[in-house]
Design a protein around this ligand. Structure first.
Ligand code: DGT
Ligand code: CA
Ligand code: CA
Length: 574
């Protein structure tokens, strides 16, 4: 698993927290906090710099000691300094530190004076009114702490789909190798291609006497066997992901797959349709007067309620059942429909591979075109391009296009949208390009109105092609900025420009529901990888999953167009 800047920053934050709890030197604490803030603000990943053996002490707030720690974290996933600090204190203290309204100063009081070491003790102390008496607290604070602690004690952790996929692949292979096993399918939210997965649901069919449950409990990566039975078992993996396994009979496979794929809301609606027809639908089959009438295949379940097969990505009870009934089901986009990638970075700025390498890798994936879209100058930290450097790159693109056959490199830029909505490069420079990708990497905290106006104004720019990762959210890391997507989608419609669905699994932004809105407004969506390295081109797969959840068809997506047609569409925006 790659280590991201946010992972490094989190280690530094945690070190600072512990140092503060221990009452350490404030300067040392501040150094960690500043470094963490600077690292989070970078527009590119530190691991690229380290891979290229660059000197990290050039970065603001990073001295020799912290630079060495960054390298250590990138290499080992952790820092010895943090491990030592963690060892000195109970593990559960971290749960308390993570609560939003409890800074380390307060945790220090709770821990050292009240001997509170975990969430349960915290909730109990709050209920007993022991916290309000402490200096710096009060009855209201105590009340707030209790509420937040209780919410956190029950809050589930969700995993990014890209972090779950390697486990699905490896578990599937492992279980398929067990003698007597027929089908192994990951169902649940994973099969519906949801951007995050709460737990993983695996469905298995096997011969009667197979030892699949034993093998499941013996899987390498098991941290804990939560339950083990003859038809259902649960394990927890080392990363905390829970995996539920269900073993069903071959004759129930379709019904079970339909049931465990969900969503629950979709299933409730399907069962209602069944009841209207005198049918009982459950994970074992479709029954009429106790007699099984369907359930071997998923399609047979849908057929029993007079519907065509519904792709898993649509099963959210967001109108798919009505659409299926009326023959209006979309023919969802597929990976093979994509003809190119319109958002990539190279070693010209903060990417890892050269433009030539990226282009050849794109060609190898069957693409016909790729757009070089480096960061603009404002993103100094990503070594963003100024006008002369950008023009130099366009010359290199001309040369590569002469030389390389079967793949066309388009000239683009990922240009910063300034706070007032202007773009970070002059019009006459942008006019020389094939596409201009507008983006926000700074000033996330503007009010809803200001942020929306900023983007709307940028979209009015005559050369604006599409808006990159429109909400700016990073899954589990950063909330979207406050922005009115309805207005932005309508603006794109009026202007004839486009929106990106960024396929980076940390982003998956445009969200599925906004894809649906864009489609309704007739705004084309560009599904792009935002790859900074060759392998990341394959993230596009997650973008396609999200697009399918958003009901998008081939024609709703900009980069399914053949090159000439694409160029015509791009010209209209330039
Ligand atoms: P998740 O795990 O939170 O990402 O979401 P899901 O959709 O995977 O939900 P999960 O793991 O609780 O259950 C998997 C599927 O099994 C769910 O999509 C529908 C089905 N299912 C589970 N429990 C129930 C239930 O109580 N009633 C119904 N109708 N279906 C259920
Ligand atoms: Ca699940
Ligand atoms: Ca489950």
């Amino acid at each position: 698993m790659p280590i991201y800047n946010t992972d490094i920053a989190a280690v530094f934050d945690e070190i600072a927290d512990y140092l503060e709890i221990e009452g350490e030197n404030p300067f040392r604490i501040r150094a960690y906090r500043n470094a963490s803030r600077n690292i989070r603000g970078l527009g590119y990943e530190l691991r690229y710099l380290v891979d290229q053996k660059e000197d990290l002490t050039q970065l603001p707030g990073i001295g020799k000691e912290l630079a060495a720690k960054i390298v250590e974290i990138l290499e080992t996933g952790n820092a010895r300094t943090l491990k030592k600090l963690q060892d000195r204190h109970p593990k559960t203290l971290r749960d308390i530190l993570k609560l939003p309204n409890l800074g380390p100063k307060r945790v220090r009081v709770l821990y050292q004076d009240l001997k509170i070491k975990n969430l349960e003790q915290l909730i109990k102390a709050a209920k007993n009114g022991r916290i309000r008496a402490m200096p710096g607290f009060g009855a209201r604070t105590e009340q707030q702490i209790m509420q937040v602690a209780e919410a956190h004690a029950t809050k589930e952790k969700r995993f990014k789909i890209a972090d779950v996929k390697p486990h699905v692949d490896s578990l599937t292979k492992y279980l398929e190798a067990v003698p007597g096993v027929n089908h192994v399918v990951a169902a649940g939210s994973y099969r519906r291609a949801k951007e995050t997965v709460g737990d993983l649901d695996i469905l298995v069919t096997a011969r009667k006497n197979s030892l699949v449950m034993d093998h499941f409990a013996d899987y390498d990566d098991v941290k804990e066997v939560l339950s083990k039975g003859t038809t259902r078992s649960s394990i927890a993996l080392h990363n905390g992901l829970q995996v539920d396994l269900r073993l069903v009979e071959q004759s129930s496979f379709g019904a079970a797959l339909q049931y465990f794929t969900g969503s629950q809301e979709h299933n409730i609606a399907i069962r209602r349709l069944g009841r209207q027809r005198g049918l009982k639908i459950n994970e074992y089959g479709v029954f009429k007067f106790e007699k099984r009438v369907a359930g071997k295949t998923e399609a047979s379940v849908y057929q029993a309620v007079d519907l065509p097969y519904l792709p898993p990505e649509l099963r959210e009870n967001r109108g798919e059942i009505e659409a299926a009934r009326d023959g209006r089901l979309p023919k969802l986009i597929e990976l093979s429909d994509l003809k190119g990638d319109l958002h990539i970075h190279t070693d010209y700025t903060d990417g890892r591979n050269s433009l030539r390498e990226m282009a050849l890798a794109a060609k190898q994936r069957g693409y016909k075109y790729i757009a070089a879209t480096e960061h603009s100058d404002r993103l100094k930290i990503a070594d963003g391009l100024d006008a002369p450097k950008l023009l130099k790159q366009t010359e290199e693109i001309d040369q590569l296009n002469e030389e390389l056959k079967g793949i066309r490199i388009l000239k683009g830029i990922e240009v910063e949208i300034l706070v007032d909505g202007r773009l970070d490069l002059a019009d006459n420079v942008l006019a020389k390009l094939d596409l201009v990708v507008g983006t926000i990497h700074h000033q996330f905290g503007l009010s809803l109105q200001k942020q929306t106006q900023r983007i709307l104004r940028a979209m009015d720019h005559p050369h604006f092609t599409f808006l990159a990762h429109p909400t700016g959210r990073l899954i589990n890391e950063r909330e979207p900025y406050d922005v009115d997507m309805g207005q932005i989608i309508r603006k794109a419609q009026q202007r004839g420009c486009f929106l990106e669905l960024n396929a980076n699994p940390r982003r998956l932004d445009l969200y599925d529901t906004y894809c649906q809105m864009a489609k309704e407004e007739g705004v084309l969506v560009a599904i792009n990888s935002d790859a900074h390295i060759v392998n990341a081109l394959d993230h596009i797969h997650f973008g396609v999953g999200q697009a399918r959840r958003g009901w998008l068809e081939k024609n709703d997506v900009l980069n399914t167009r053949p090159l000439q047609e694409l160029q015509k569409l791009l010209k209209q925006t330039m």
